[in-house]
Design a protein around this ligand. Structure first.
Ligand code: ATP
Length: 236
């Protein structure tokens, strides 16, 4: 479903992603773990087209999308829930969800059905549908960011650090939601610093260090890998 070939992304003279190749197959949950500044967010942005790829290729369903505009990638079935959630604070929960459906143009019934579907998935959002998103708790904002990404009915969902800044109990809820999405057959690429939880939910995983993949394997393999244990699992 997604294939990256030697992708490089730079900010001026700084090369944040230095030639990354990876693959996400249909129905898989794949995680990329790595420390702060490893290039995880940059890599996700290059997949959705928000950061230009300097070198290498991005394939979606075998189609070369390296230079395809972001909104067209949404049309191809790719959606991202960004780091820091990116919900519009001065808009209500419902309005935020409607923005996630912008690619459906003007089919109000389809939009309403999609909103109801997300309310079923995240009942807390239904209770708070008329609340301004800026007043939601961190966990609720994260749920909203995921629900908003799901409004476009993606086939591939990119999640950028959904656990960031959340309390342990809420992190459990978020990972439970990811498990349920996985059961529904959605293909997911999850970027996380919470390595233990991410590896626990993932079929396969990659370790990204200063812009390069240094390890890959099944979630289980990496959970038991001594280098991963020492560098990423110690604190959790
Ligand atoms: P974190 O978990 O802290 O978000 P990350 O693995 O997602 O880290 P990135 O945010 O992709 O890492 O950053 C990778 C590198 O690129 C860092 O050195 C960062 O300072 C740099 N960088 C990121 N965004 C920009 C930008 N807009 N302009 C310049 N440099 C940037």
């Amino acid at each position: 479903m997604l294939k990256l070939e030697s992708v490089k992304v730079s900010y001026g003279a700084i090369e944040a992603v230095k030639g990354v190749s990876l693959e996400v197959r249909k129905g898989e949950v794949v995680t990329i773990i790595g420390a702060n500044g490893a290039g995880k967010s940059t890599l996700l942005k290059s997949i959705v087209g928000l950061e230009p790829v300097k070198d290498g290729k991005v394939y979606i369903d075998g189609k070369d999308c390296t230079y395809v505009a972001p909104h067209k990638r949404v049309g191809l079935g790719v959606a991202m829930s960004p780091e820091g959630r990116g919900v519009f604070a001065d808009q209500t929960v419902r309005e935020n969800l409607m923005l996630g459906a912008y690619s459906r143009k003007s089919d109000p019934r389809a939009i309403e059905e999609a909103i109801e579907r997300e309310f079923k998935r995240f009942p807390r959002l239904k209770e708070r549908q008329h609340q301004l998103s800026g007043t939601l708790s961190g966990g609720e904002q994260q749920m909203l960011a995921i629900a908003r990404a799901l409004m476009s009915e993606p086939r591939l969902l990119l999640l950028d650090e959904p656990s960031l800044g959340l309390a342990p109990l809420i992190i459990k809820d978020i990972f439970e939601a990811i498990r349920q999405l996985r059961h529904s057959g959605l293909t997911i690429l999850l970027v996380e610093q919470m390595a233990k939880q991410a590896l626990g939910v993932a079929d396969r995983a990659y370790v990204l260090e200063t812009g390069l993949i240094t390890l890959e394997g099944s979630g289980k393999q990496l959970l038991n890998d001594p280098k991963v244990k020492a560098a990423y699992l110690g604190a959790h």
